[in-house]
Write a protein that binds this ligand. Structure first.
Ligand code: ATP
Ligand code: MG
Length: 449
């Protein structure tokens, strides 16, 4: 993309309404624009990152054997009356009536819809196990929408639902989700720690929230610092292997890690004092096994091998796709702007032409642009006539992990400059070497993925 032809409405001033850094940078970098309280338009740069995050979620869900689909945002109230949640859900549900006076709602989540789909089409254990998911906009009329996309009213969520014959199978589905979430967050450059969450009606161990540590997080968290040494990395996993998935769950949940909702001071005190941490975190996902709660209420049963009809065991599993942009920025920025992890960056690198209009500089930039594009990469080429300082400031603000700087002086010596956004370190090298380096960085990344 050439910057002169792009739509990147960066702001010089810090918007006064933004209280936390991710919200400030998303507004300043021209990623989002508030449409009304807690509701945002996604401008091109923000939309690109949102799509990248979605793509990682899709890939990892499908790798785990979960099947994508799409359910609508508007739902009929009737299904919610069947489950009993139409009255229970309260003020957060946006209720609408259509021209015929029928009660509708903008879905805050989808357990009812998916259970209805299931009961209409699945009757036998032979069709199990089954996990369906979608990535769709949700609406929750939050009392205090704030921090930009972090706590919106309209927000994008991946929500998946598993259907299994037995509790044992459903717990395997739970573990599969845990593993796929660990992989997804790591590919986004994040460490998200599974923490024991509020058990709800079933209680016990069957719900975990994933938290990214950040000072601005809304949850207070208590954990054993040993957990931050864990990473899933690029190890192989067979999602059908029950013992393997269970072992990952045990590895990642055996250390103390809880939010204030489930915090147990006595257990926390058993952690060696030097490893006890009290901090704040951002919830970027939650997994849940809830047994037959919806299947019983809504009559979603399957035939067992010996011909009995039993309610199916279910769980639901969510990732806060739009919230993740805020979480990534909270975890990865400096005082100049965002620092995108390579896995989600909107452009793979920037090309800064120090002297647009200079024949040699223009030509070298065009050649770099063409070569990088031919490698399947997407550079953002600042071909505008702005002064160098302004170009650098924009690149730093929007946070592309790599920048190639091209100027007449360097070109006389046959070199351009490659700069890492994260370390700020620059290195001079021939253009071909810069291309090869960037190709290698992103090639490695897709090898891991
Ligand atoms: P919270 O406790 O933050 O209100 P929740 O526990 O009610 O969230 P879930 O039902 O678990 O949310 O939804 C799955 C994921 O969707 C959450 O982990 C979070 O990342 C994201 N999410 C929930 N509410 C919002 C919101 N208002 N804005 C943006 N993302 C949200
Ligand atoms: Mg939650």
């Amino acid at each position: 993309m050439r910057l002169s032809r792009y739509f990147l409405p960066v702001l010089k001033e810090t918007p006064s309404e933004a209280q936390i850094v991710s919200h400030r940078y998303m507004l300043r970098a021209g990623m989002i624009k508030q449409a009304s309280a807690g509701i945002y338009s996604w401008l091109p740069l923000g939309y690109k990152v949102l799509r990248n995050i979605e793509a990682i979620v899709h890939e990892e869900q499908q790798r785990a054997g979960h099947i994508p689909m799409l359910m609508p945002t508007l739902q009929s109230a009737d299904l919610w009356r069947e489950s009993g949640r139409y009255d229970d859900y309260g003020e957060e549900m946006l209720r609408i009536s259509d021209r015929h006076g029928r009660d509708m709602l903008y879905g805050p989540t989808n357990e009812e819809l998916i259970t209805d789909i299931f009961r209409s089409h699945v009757a036998s254990y032979k069709q199990l196990p089954l996990t369906l998911y979608h990535i769709q906009w949700k609406f929750r009329d939050e009392i205090r929408p704030r921090f930009g996309v972090m706590r919106g009213r309209e927000f994008l969520m991946k929500d998946g639902y598993n259907f299994d014959l037995t509790q044992e199978d459903a717990l395997h589905a739970y573990n599969r989700h845990l593993v796929s979430y660990l992989r997804s967050y790591e590919r986004m450059g994040l460490q998200a720690i599974p923490m024991r969450a509020d058990g709800g009606p079933i209680g016990g161990d069957y719900t975990h929230e994933f938290l990214v540590l950040a000072e601005t997080g809304e949850s207070e968290v208590f954990y054993d610092s040993a957990i931050t040494d864990l990473s899933f990395g690029d190890r192989a996993i067979d999602y059908d292997d029950v013992a393997q998935c269970q072992a990952v769950l045990e590895e990642f949940t055996s250390r103390y890690a809880r939010t204030d909702e489930t915090h147990d001071a006595a257990l926390f005190d058993a952690v060696p004092e030097e490893r006890r941490r009290v901090a704040r975190g951002i919830e970027v996902g939650q997994i849940f096994y809830f047994g037959t709660k919806y299947s019983e209420a809504m009559g979603a049963t399957v035939q067992t091998p010996d011909g009995q009809a039993v309610p199916v065991h279910m769980g639901s599993h969510g990732i806060g796709v739009s919230r993740l942009l805020g979480a990534i920025i909270e975890a990865s920025h400096d005082d100049k702007g965002i620092i995108w992890p390579e896995g989600v960056t909107p452009f793979h690198c920037g090309i800064v032409n120090l002297k647009s209009g200079d024949a040699a500089a223009d030509e070298a930039c065009e050649a770099l642009y063409a070569s990088l594009t031919a490698l399947g990469l997407e550079p953002l080429y600042d071909d505008t006539s702005e002064r160098a300082g302004g170009k650098f400031a924009t690149m730093d603000l929007i946070g592309l992990p790599w920048r190639i700087t091209v100027g007449p002086r360097g070109l006389k010596n046959g070199v351009v400059e490659l700069t890492s956004r994260r370390t700020g370190e620059s290195e001079e090298m021939p253009p071909e070497a810069a291309i090869a380096r960037i190709g290698e960085i992103y090639g490695k990344l897709s090898a891991v993925a």
